[in-house]
Design a binder for this molecule. Structure first.
Ligand SMILES: NC(=O)C1=CN([C@@H]2O[C@H](COP(=O)(O)OP(=O)(O)OC[C@H]3O[C@@H](n4cnc5c(N)ncnc54)[C@H](O)[C@@H]3O)[C@@H](O)[C@H]2O)[C@H](O)CC1
Ligand SMILES: [K+]
Length: 472
């Protein structure tokens, strides 16, 4: 939900506008539950859940409304909730602040609006919320909860301690799974989040990449790139992209002569050469052992299409059961390989057709075709194009970042490495969607400087900034 909110914001629909719609929806349900002239007690927390109800207070002119804020107004935690509080103060609304739960007096209202906590709750209700929940439950009034009854986990319907027992819940945008388990009526209100905020990737897709201050080496991924042979730059680009996208360790397994060059490109990479000038089935058993201790394998950059290399890809994928990003020539093996592995395939349109998939000039048609093909394959697809399409057979996302300068060689290798790093820390579809967004964004930053003259290494340098987009 936070990701969708963020993406809505980047589409020009700010959170305060969504809060206005939420508050309006709360007021509409109040009108269904209580007659004009009734007394309404709004119990508001200091987050955006409270903010929704502060907006509702402004809409309920024909009611006798009292707002009880839990805590001091200076501690309201978001700007938009505070602005709505200030508007009520300026309008001389009937406002009370509850700083001592013992003396909390809700009066004798006909209707209570519970807006203490919504999706921001963590753990059991603390004070004064826990006592307030008891006061609300004992009030004998009809209880309308905003978004989710305070103290209840929206995903599971469970409460870690005291929780509001609501008669009715008005929730926003989408039903929440936990609400179905409760004994109350649920209204789902459309608050004007554009469909595009869910379909198109945006800065919200990067929110989950937050790095914990307590993290250790290895927590952000150990990525192994297997490739190289006819090409030497491709595996080096993919592995360096993995590092720039946040992986802790990036390793490259490639033929000996490629290994020397890859190490020459960057001392940050751990390079392991194998005998011969290309991958063959003889190397597979060692590679499987090596891959078993890694988080993600990126298979294909610079591999070439020699028959024995493709046989090696098939043998590897048949026995591998981890997560792999499959790119370039390795892709053609995917449709008829029987594997337990979780695969994220990153074809361009030509490679997609070679895999047996269909494409179309119209992105909306392509979206359907890619979604169906992902279902047939049973793997995640990230199909590159002016609009990238990401699908896992269940969900489909479209990425609009990127520019025509990115048709230069090597940008696909950067994307594969980025996807590998993100797949170490996110579910596969989310990793592919965020990687497509960040890679295109890095390309857009590079194009600001170099236009059509950008090269793949320009993307590497700009990946960290592109991935930092969530707060912008
Ligand atoms: N797109 C949408 O769905 C929109 C939803 N809106 C509403 O926003 C809330 C979520 O708001 P948020 O500020 O993230 O969190 P809360 O208000 O639920 O709570 C934050 C607040 O609570 C404190 N806190 C956390 N846990 C506890 C606890 N166990 N006991 C006491 N206090 C606790 C925390 O410290 C914070 O101060 C969503 O539910 C909707 O109602 C938007 O208005 C519009 C878009
Ligand atoms: K609530």
């Amino acid at each position: 939900m936070a990701a969708v909110d963020h993406n809505a914001e980047s589409l020009g629909v700010p959170r305060k506008q969504l809060m206005e719609s939420s508050g309006n929806a709360v007021a509409r349900v109040c009108r269904d539950l209580a007659d004009p002239g009734s007394t309404v007690a709004i119990v508001a927390g200091r987050g955006n859940n409270g903010g929704d109800a502060l907006v509702a207070a402004r809409f309920l002119k024909e009611y006798d409304v009292t707002v009880h804020l839990l805590g001091r107004p200076e501690t309201i935690s978001t700007d938009i909730a505070r602005e709505n509080w200030d508007a009520l103060v300026a309008s001389e609304a009937d406002l009370r602040t509850v700083t001592d739960s013992v003396t909390f007096d809700i009066g004798d209202p006909d209707l209570v609006v519970d807006a203490m906590l919504g999706t921001g709750v963590t753990g059991a209700l603390r004070e004064p919320e826990a006592t307030a929940a008891r006061v609300i439950n004992d009030s004998g009034a009809t209880v309308l909860a905003v978004d989710v009854p305070s103290g209840v986990d929206a995903d599971t319907g469970d409460a870690a301690g005291e929780a509001v027992a609501a008669d009715h819940v008005v929730t926003f945008h989408d039903d929440k799974p936990g609400l179905g388990t409760l004994d109350c009526d649920v209204t789902v209100a459309d608050i004007g989040i554009p469909e595009a905020a869910e379909l198109f990737t945006g800065p919200g897709d990067l929110l989950a990449l937050h790095r914990d201050s307590q993290s250790h080496k290895g927590d952000h991924g150990d990525v192994l790139v297997i490739g190289g042979g006819p090409y030497t730059g491709a595996p080096a680009l993919a592995a360096q992209a993995a590092l720039r996208a946040g992986a802790d360790l990036a390793r490259v397994a490639c033929p000996e002569h490629v290994a020397r060059e890859v190490q020459g490109f960057s001392e940050n990479l751990i390079v392991r050469g194998f005998a011969g000038d290309r991958l063959t089935p003889d190397h597979v058993s060692d590679l499987l052992d090596f891959a078993a201790d890694r988080d993600v394998v990126v298979f294909g950059p610079g591999l070439g299409d020699a028959a024995e290399s493709l046989d090696a890809v098939r043998e590897f994928l048949t026995s591998y059961d981890g997560t792999a990003v499959v790119d370039a020539d390795a892709l053609q093996i995917v449709p008829d390989v029987d594997t337990e592995a979780t695969l994220i395939c990153t074809p361009h349109q030509g490679e997609l057709q070679q895999m047996g998939g269909e494409t179309d000039a119209d992105w909306e048609t392509r979206r359907e075709l890619v979604a169906d093909f992902a279902t047939d394959l049973g793997h995640v697809l990230l199909v590159k194009g002016a609009y990238d399409v990401v699908a896992d057979g269940d969900e489909v996302r479209v990425n609009r970042t990127g520019n025509p300068g990115m048709t230069v060689g090597g940008t696909g290798d950067v994307l594969a490495g980025t996807t590998g790093a993100l797949a170490a820390v996110l579910p596969p579809l989310d990793a592919a969607a965020a990687a497509a967004y960040a890679n295109g964004r890095a390309g857009d930053l590079a194009a600001d400087e170099f236009d059509g003259g950008l090269v793949a290494t320009d993307l590497l340098e700009r990946l960290p900034a592109a991935l930092r987009g969530a707060d912008e």
